[in-house]
Design a protein. Structure first.
Length: 518
């Protein structure tokens, strides 16, 4: 870890302890100007607000306040049942308010477009404020039905960018309008990364999904997006903001017992009131493009020495240009054509995880399968864990339908080569189910199921595993694969129900002589 990452991560937490907790809110509140606009008899009659994620937490608090001041509210929520229940609570305390529910998952392009159509049909060209608050923080990589990673889709691509772009003409036609995007202090940890990292679309099978990183990337993207929107649309006050460390159902679900490190946490209203202020304060009091906490613009970077900005978390204008172009492409249906197919494949793979691994149905030509295979990735056994240069050499004795296997490997320094002999009996007519016996002094009287789960038609790659999925070997005739071949093989592994993040890439270091004589 370089200094920039170390400073960003450590200083984020220390900065948060000082500013994001309930104690921080109390300190900031003491500096609020008086009289406080939120404490006055503010009348928002005739004003129209759209709030995503409005059925609980900060979003609900904002909706509750605006409704109590006679504004017309559109709650955009994924669950209509929870939204209706929240709406009933709001109406119970503000019975004359106008509160509407539009059911939509802001992580889906189709839902966001339909949501905007429904809103446009209900309202005649007026929108005073859009609050982009909905999102998700997941610990496991999950794709939407449209094939986009959920955190990125809901926080940035559709839940903020697409919805904001659709709303912008109406906002520009409404005097004093604004967009507030609920980002997070988590963005202090990162710059916006490569598009593949931000969208979790890397084809590297060793790349591991980290929900906290995915969340932080999307939150940094929101801050950059608001800066750019503020430049492009000066008629609209566009800001990003942070509710601090607030005790909400979403935080409880994401952090569980780890939330103790964020205490004392703010109440939902303490997290929300600074955001409410952004929606109702005079537009000339708001600094376009700023990142707000508790009614004040905040620094956007703390990755330098002693909480200075530094450069680690900053993006160049060219990088922001590239992000904006990709957001435009992906939100307009120009995403890679295989994303949805990939999502469907992942769904099938998840289903497959609950079933034992099966041998492939198509038979193989056993003689053609023989020869040398290089192990590219695996989930290793005791024997091959922490090894390099893994090679399996197969030979076949037709009379007894027996396969002899010489497994050679080196230590991680590539200096010591070892050999494990194994013997397998072919058990089915299709030659895809074997019973394996390793040799440790003598061939052990065991019968380990050894399944050929996939073999390319040209016999260039194969996947071998065991029924309970604890071990798998992804192999090829060559020691390395090109990008397209590696991606195709990764997809096959996923279709068989394996989490590619758990695969181990086998280190390889071959000289021409070693390769020729392996």
């Amino acid at each position: 870890m370089g200094f920039g990452q170390f400073a960003a991560t450590s200083q984020f937490y220390l900065y948060g302890r000082n500013h994001f907790t309930q104690t921080g809110w109390q300190k900031h509140k003491a500096r609020y100007g008086q009289p406080d606009i939120l404490s006055q008899e503010l009348d928002l009659s005739g004003k129209v607000y759209m709030i995503t994620g409005a059925n609980s937490g900060v979003g609900k608090e904002v909706a509750q306040y605006l409704a109590s001041r006679n504004a017309t509210i559109y709650m955009i929520c994924r669950s209509k049942q929870r939204a209706d229940a929240a709406r009933d609570e709001i109406l119970a305390s503000a019975p004359r308010s106008k509160v509407h529910v539009i059911q939509a998952d802001v992580g889906l392009e189709a839902d966001v477009r339909r949501c905007w159509r429904e809103f446009s049909e209900a309202e005649e060209g007026r929108l005073d404020g859009l609050l982009c608050n909905a999102g998700a923080l997941l610990n496991e990589k999950t794709l939407t039905s449209e094939g986009v990673e959920v955190t990125f889709a809901s926080h940035l691509l559709f839940g903020t960018y697409l919805l904001g772009e659709l709303a912008m003409p109406t906002l520009e036609a409404t005097a004093g309008s604004r967009i507030a995007v609920v980002s997070s202090g988590g963005m202090y940890n990162f710059p916006f990364p490569s598009w593949e990292a931000a969208t979790s679309t890397s084809t590297d099978p060793t790349a591991k999904y980290d929900g906290q990183c995915a969340y932080g990337y999307a939150k940094r993207g929101q801050v950059l997006l608001c800066e750019r929107w503020a430049e492009l649309h000066p008629a609209v006050a566009v800001v990003s903001c942070h509710p601090g460390w607030t005790g909400t159902p979403a935080v409880e679900e994401a952090y569980g017992s780890s939330k103790k490190y964020l205490e004392p946490m703010r109440t939902p209203w303490e997290g929300a009131e600074g955001i409410v202020w952004l929606l109702v304060a005079p537009a000339d009091k708001i600094q376009p493009g700023a990142f707000y906490l508790d009614r004040e613009p905040q620094v956007k970077h703390i990755a330098g020495p002693f909480f200075t900005e530094g450069s680690y978390t900053k993006n160049t204008p060219h990088e922001v240009d590239a992000m904006m172009e990709k957001l435009k492409e992906w939100s307009s249906g120009s995403r890679p054509a295989d994303l949805k197919a990939f999502a469907e494949a992942q769904a099938l793979a998840k289903q497959a995880l609950s079933a034992p691994l099966a041998a492939m149905e198509r038979p193989i030509e056993i003689e053609r399968f023989m020869g040398r295979w290089y192990v590219i990735y695996n989930i290793p056994t005791f024997f091959d864990k922490g090894t390099a240069n893994n090679v399996e050499n197969y030979s076949y004795e037709a009379a007894s339908r027996r396969v002899d296997i010489d497994f050679t490997y080196t230590d991680m320094t590539f200096t010591k080569t070892s050999l494990l002999k194994q013997r397998a009996a072919v058990k089915n007519p299709g030659n895809t189910q074997w019973a394996l016996s390793p040799k440790i002094g003598v061939y052990l009287p065991t019968s380990i199921p050894y399944l050929i789960a996939d073999c390319a038609e040209d016999y260039a790659t194969c996947i071998i595993g065991v029924p309970d999925r604890k071990y798998v070997w992804v192999m090829a005739r060559a020691p390395t694969l090109g990008p397209e071949a590696a991606e195709a093989l990764t997809r096959k592994v996923q279709l068989l129900g394996y989490d590619v993040a758990k695969l181990v890439a086998i280190p390889q270091k071959w000289t021409d002589q070693k390769l020729a004589g392996a």
